[in-house]
Write a protein that binds this ligand. Structure first.
Ligand SMILES: [Zn+2]
Length: 309
């Protein structure tokens, strides 16, 4: 609508009677968020340059569908839009996506989000993992300067899985074996002083030098100084990779060395993550990277044990 037409429309609103005003207000509030979401999608997901099916870079506009620009690849002739091959492809009710992102920020349960958004809880369950699969991709590639690293362990959970190779453990149960066994999944967190955080689910059992080489070596900038607890695995990794290392001997009551080196940020992160995760009534191990990405998205969130499900 042209500006002059719009101003004319506005000038006419004082001619509306009470009933008409009510109708207009309700029509405006029911206006969909979909155009706004479509605009965000077009700006955020930039795969227009090349075909997501075959990576060919000659593509042309090919109409629109569901409010999104459609493209066609000259090589493979397939069509695609900005969401093709992303975790958000083929999800319905785009008008509600912004509200759903708010629900994620508020750590809402699947049920509560479904009731707020007036969609079925199967929809919000599907959305949770698709949105989280997308969110977790947003992460730093390297950590700089003083970088704390530490691992923590969680009991493995096959929740929701049809194939079980062992007897079901009661939810929140304890491990049958003492210490760090193969029943536990190791999560490695590294965090630098600019609060960039990287998380890795490294598999079952205790941390090893090979694990540190696989996960930490590629993400530590050449200026990085690694701070860990007294676990000798970190020392031998740093020694082998020529990385400056400070080890805080927590078991001997040491907290900070040389006034600057400690692992308090990463340990606080572990405890916030575990406390927040505790509100979800058991999380399948295969989804842990999604929950870690979720936690990373709200790094300063307060300790809370909201009842989630
Ligand atoms: Zn193609």
């Amino acid at each position: 609508m042209k500006t002059t037409e719009f101003l004319e429309l506005v000038s006419k609103t004082n001619q509306l009677d009470h009933r008409q005003r009510t109708l207009l207000t309700s029509a405006l509030t029911q206006l969909s968020d979909e155009p706004k979401v479509n605009e965000l999608i077009e700006n955020h997901f930039d795969n227009k340059g090349s075909c997501p099916h075959c990576a060919h870079n000659k593509c042309y506009r090919h109409g629109t569908a569901h409010g999104l620009q459609r493209y066609r690849c000259k090589a493979c002739k397939k069509t695609f839009n900005a969401l093709t091959k992303t975790p958000l492809a083929h999800l319905r009710y785009k008008a509600k996506w912004l509200d759903y992102l708010d629900a994620i920020t508020d750590s809402l349960t699947v049920r509560k989000a479904a009731s707020n958004l007036k969609v079925h809880r199967n929809t919000t369950f599907r959305w949770r993992h698709r949105f989280l699969a997308w969110i977790k991709q947003d992460r730093a590639t390297t950590l700089h300067g003083i970088t704390e690293a530490d691992e923590t362990n969680l009991l493995e959970s096959h929740k929701g899985s049809r194939k079980l190779d062992r007897k079901l453990r009661k939810r929140g149960g304890s491990a049958c074996k003492r210490g760090i066994s193969n029943e536990q999944v190791c999560i490695l967190i590294a965090r630098d002083r600019s609060k960039q955080t990287l998380d890795f689910v490294t598999g079952n059992g205790a941390i090893t030098k090979a694990i540190l080489t696989t996960y930490l070596k590629p993400i530590l900038d050449s200026d990085a100084l690694l701070v860990s607890d007294g676990n000798p695995t970190y020392d031998s990794f740093c020694h082998a990779e020529n990385i400056t290392h400070k080890a805080v001997n927590l078991s001997q009551g040491q907290r900070v060395i040389e006034g600057a080196y400690h692992v308090q940020n990463v340990n606080a992160y572990h405890s916030r993550f575990k406390s927040w995760l505790g509100g979800f009534h058991g999380v399948a191990t295969k989804y842990l990277p999604n929950y870690l990405g979720w936690c990373r998205m709200m790094p300063e969130f307060p300790h809370r044990t909201n009842k989630n499900g």
